[in-house]
Ligand binder design. Structure first.
Ligand code: FE2
Length: 283
């Protein structure tokens, strides 16, 4: 049974102990309902202004089509739009309204959008990163994740450090539920305590011969014991802090309820950040 905290104002040692033990923290009421509405309203405004004809990259963790996609690579310094697989027909025409076709928007909302920037810069998040072990917390990646009713697809089991590599490893993700997240609408699942292996099982990096191409190197192809994973059902306003090596996944949204979430990833700027990471740092 995962312990759930109520609010961010907790005893430091309790948070650190739980995070070290499970590889995650579940904190309900970490942000307000007004915060959720502000994030949702802002992403709606951004999507309203989206030029769909020039934003046709599909995000699919099963086929990993995005790995050779320059649009994906350039998104480290942009507000870019990723569609659900199946949203386009063979001619590249959208089959459903763009508002329902998006998988996510990222990956620099925290730097380029005023509302998301204010939210991501809150001192309580930096403070939590320090409490969990970072010397110099650096917000590096942000994404607003849709999981539209009946359309939002699954995300396969992965570790975030595979995609934001530092030496030593330091990535921590903050995942905010903008809507209630349930088993039916595709909440996150994870394997508590499975974050303690010596290193991530895989790594996505730019190839040495061509920086516009990435490849996933698998160091350990053992399948995650997905049957050991537990659902992380949380109400809107909750935050889940994820150790970079915490294995997690989510199922498709089979309900008629949206499951919007916002994810912000930090790394420790005191660690080395190799320049063959897919995400290019802007200093
Ligand atoms: Fe993830």
């Amino acid at each position: 049974m995962i312990r759930k905290f109520q609010g961010l104002n907790q005893k430091d040692s309790d948070l650190k102990k739980q995070f070290d033990q499970d590889g995650l923290l579940v904190i309900e009421d970490a942000i307000s309902k007004d915060d959720c509405k502000a994030l949702k309203d802002q992403i709606s405004a951004i999507v309203d202004g989206m030029d769909i004809d020039n934003n046709q990259s599909v995000f699919d963790t099963i086929t990993r089509d995005q790995e050779s996609d320059s649009y994906f690579l350039n998104s480290s310094n942009n507000i870019s739009f990723f569609l659900e697989s199946g949203a386009l027909d063979e001619q590249g025409n959208l089959q459903i309204p763009k508002e329902r076709a998006l998988n996510k928007v990222g990956h620099a909302l925290h730097r380029l959008d005023p509302v998301f920037s204010e939210f991501c810069g809150r001192p309580e998040f930096t403070r939590l990163m320090k409490l969990l072990g970072m010397a110099k917390p650096l917000a590096l990646q942000s994404m607003y994740i849709f999981k539209h009713p009946q359309i939002g697809g699954e995300v396969v089991c992965h570790q975030d450090s595979s995609y934001l590599w530092t030496e030593p490893q330091s990535c921590i993700g903050l995942w905010f539920a903008v809507e209630d997240a349930t088993v039916d609408n595709g909440c996150m699942w994870g394997i508590p305590g499975a974050h303690t292996e010596a290193s991530p099982r895989s790594r996505l990096q730019r190839t040495k011969t061509d920086r516009t191409v990435t490849e996933l190197t698998v160091f350990d192809d053992t399948q995650w014991g997905v049957a050991e994973s537990v659902p992380l059902e949380v109400p809107a306003g909750s935050m889940i802090a994820l150790h970079g090596q915490f294995p997690h996944l989510s199922g498709p949204n089979t309900s008629d309820q949206p499951r919007d979430a916002f994810a912000l990833h930090f790394v420790d700027d005191a660690c080395h950040y190799p320049d063959d990471n897919w995400l290019e740092r802007v200093d």
